[in-house]
Design a protein. Structure first.
Length: 151
């Protein structure tokens, strides 16, 4: 049994400690908002927060989480930065297909929580590992800027 704190709730799961966090979230806890993309931590679709820091859940063993808090797309709206990012995404209609957007929102929310007024270079650095196959990068950048202005 492995215990993890997800979106403020302690959950116990019967898995090996080396099971990727992504599969614990999706398959055992039913939190399917976090997506599987590449499986090698390169695309960003599986991004979650670990104590507020954006991490790739597809390569993170659940046993490495320890006592730290996991926040998923299902819970990020309860954070100030997450709520602002989600609202900006809606206001600007950032999403096209939507597959990568949970990871994009998680990366953007972590950025704004750490840096409430990022410049273009900070946005580029924070979002560099999140791939959008539909190419909504311009809307993503504008969403981050709007969320920052609403901060």
């Amino acid at each position: 049994m492995v215990g993890i704190r997800v979106n403020g709730e302690v959950r116990e799961v019967a898995v090996d400690a080396d099971t990727p966090l992504l599969w614990v979230l999706r398959d055992l806890l039913g939190m399917t908002g976090t997506k599987f993309g590449c499986g090698i931590a390169q695309c960003g679709a599986c991004t979650v927060h670990l104590d507020g820091v954006a991490v790739r859940s597809c390569r993170l063993p659940v046993g490495a989480v320890g006592s730290r808090t996991v926040t998923t797309i299902e819970g990020v709206g309860a954070t100030p930065a997450g709520a602002k990012v989600q609202q900006a995404w809606l206001d600007l209609e950032v999403v096209q297909c939507g597959y990568c957007q949970s990871g994009q929102i998680m990366a953007a929310a972590a950025l704004l929580a750490a840096n409430p007024a990022p410049d273009d270079a900070a946005i580029d650095a924070a979002m560099a590992g999140n791939i959008c196959r539909c190419g909504t990068y311009v809307r993503i950048r504008e969403g981050i800027k709007q969320a920052a202005r609403n901060g």
